[in-house]
Write a new protein. Structure first.
Length: 473
């Protein structure tokens, strides 16, 4: 029997080290060096090639909705794999139809709404980009700090220069405004005028450090897009599918989009994305031959996605997300060295007093916890939605100890002294957990406050601030 490479290597290399060498020779280096080679998972835990156990609080970056090996997910996958896997889009399948109907139901989409299935979030946003172009207008307003994907249309709407510039020229027509700045959004929309095709936003900017948009800003985006007969596109790739304690984050704000994009948690680990077009107008923008994808909405993916959505309902996971999320916020927010806790539900940004998120992430994985540093002073958590309070407490206890230890203080001093070197790192945080990105300026306090609301009086909408006065966007 042939020995495995690590068995031949002797004591100098463990199994994971040998597998990483194999990885470096076989896989393109687009994600840098992996943190570990993982072999199996159960619930919210994963084990690496050397048998070390980790509590995964990143969930494959908000993907593993039910964790690993969930019985309903596995049963749906197995049953569908034994029945019908893929047909091409010359044919329809029952799982595809049922999943589309379920998404329209939980999104409260009106009559005439339609769903397009893709394989990923960037593909969903690519479809949304094409929908904006099909309006016949050319200007799309996106936000500073945004991340919408890496294919060319989605990349054109992504703010970070480091990942856009190497592939320029981008598709034209996209302009960026500061997130949370209502006046800047108003100005951009007014200047675009009749050429405004769409405004695209993430209710919570995950890659920018888990930074929620205010209700007032989202309400203003809704008003400005309607005023100019433009689409309001909500990128809910990271925030959707119960991640925030609601099926979709925009439902927490009472602001309904024209187009919503989904992926990540939708398939519970199976690669699947979707675009939901709200109403007849948006639902008919893409017709026969306008767009397509070979694998989108295949029977296998649709079956496991439907099982994921049903499990969220059957197991009361919307309530669990709220309970565990609130516990995280209260407990982590009380730890010395934590400046603030951002986000909703189980999409959590731990804002730190010092830029030590990369050091904390490295220490965490050594201690058996998987977390992520999207910016130098933020740690992101996006665990499985069925994470228990007891599991959450193991990380809270470790993190409290870590932040109080002299090593954490020394790390903070070292990072401050070497901040220029640290800030030079310009890799992506989207699929490489230890890499950091620039922390974009986002001062929501200059915009309409979070207590703002949209009022409709005799068909006229306005943004009402917390003092009771109204501004007309």
């Amino acid at each position: 029997m042939t020995q495995a490479p690590y068995e031949q290597a002797g004591a100098a290399l463990d199994k994971g080290g040998v597998e990483l060498q194999r990885y470096s020779h076989a896989v393109m280096g687009t994600y840098g060096t992996p943190l570990r080679v993982l072999e199996r998972g159960e619930g919210s835990y994963v084990w690496d090639a050397d048998g070390n156990k980790y509590l995964d609080l990143l969930g494959g970056i908000a993907v593993n909705t039910l964790g690993h090996g969930h019985p309903a997910w596995v049963a749906a996958l197995t049953k569908q794999a034994q029945t019908l896997v893929h047909t091409s889009n010359f044919f329809a399948t029952v799982p595809q139809i049922e999943l589309a109907e379920k998404l329209l139901e939980i999104s409260h989409a009106p009559t005439g709404s339609r769903v397009f299935f893709s394989n990923s979030g960037t593909e969903a946003n690519e479809a949304a980009f094409k929908m904006a172009r099909r309006t016949g207008k050319g200007t799309i307003i996106a936000l500073e700090g945004s991340f919408h994907g890496r294919t060319m249309g989605a990349l054109a709407m992504t703010h970070k220069l480091a990942i856009r510039e190497p592939f320029e020229p981008m598709p034209s027509g996209v302009i960026f405004v500061p997130a949370g700045d209502v006046e800047a959004l108003r100005t951009a929309a007014t200047e675009a005028g009749d050429d405004l095709a769409a405004i695209i936003l993430e209710p919570i900017q995950g890659e920018a450090g888990v930074r929620p948009l205010t209700h007032g800003f989202m309400a203003a985006a809704r008003i400005f897009s309607a005023r100019h007969d433009a689409l309001l596109i909500m990128d809910e790739v990271q925030t959707g599918i119960a991640r925030t304690g609601a099926w979709f984050a925009h439902q927490l704000q009472g602001v309904t989009p024209d187009v919503m994009t989904l992926a990540k948690g939708l398939g519970g680990g199976f690669p699947l994305g979707a675009v939901i077009a709200f109403g007849d107008r948006a639902g008919s923008l893409l017709g026969k031959g306008d767009h397509g994808t070979t694998f989108g909405g295949n029977a296998l993916g649709a079956a496991v996605a439907l099982a994921t959505l049903n499990a969220i309902e059957d197991e009361g996971l919307l309530a669990n997300v709220k309970t565990v999320g609130e516990h995280f916020r209260a407990s982590l927010g009380a730890i010395e060295g934590v400046k603030e806790i951002r986000g909703e539900g189980l999409l959590i940004g731990i804002g730190l007093d010092e830029p030590i998120s990369a050091q904390a992430t490295a220490a965490a994985i050594e201690a058996g916890f998987i977390i992520n540093p999207p910016t130098p002073d933020t740690i992101r958590l996006a665990p499985s939605l069925n994470l228990s309070l007891a599991e959450a407490d193991t990380f809270i206890a470790w993190f409290a100890h870590y932040m109080q230890a002299p090593a954490a203080e020394e790390s903070a001093v070292e990072v401050v002294e070497e901040s220029a070197e640290e800030s030079a790192v310009e890799e992506s945080a989207e699929e490489s957990p230890v890499e950091v990105v620039e922390d974009p300026a986002q001062d929501a306090s200059e915009a309409v406050t979070e207590e703002s609301a949209v009022e409709t009086v005799d068909g006229t909408e306005s943004v009402k601030d917390s003092a009771g006065g109204e501004t007309t966007p």
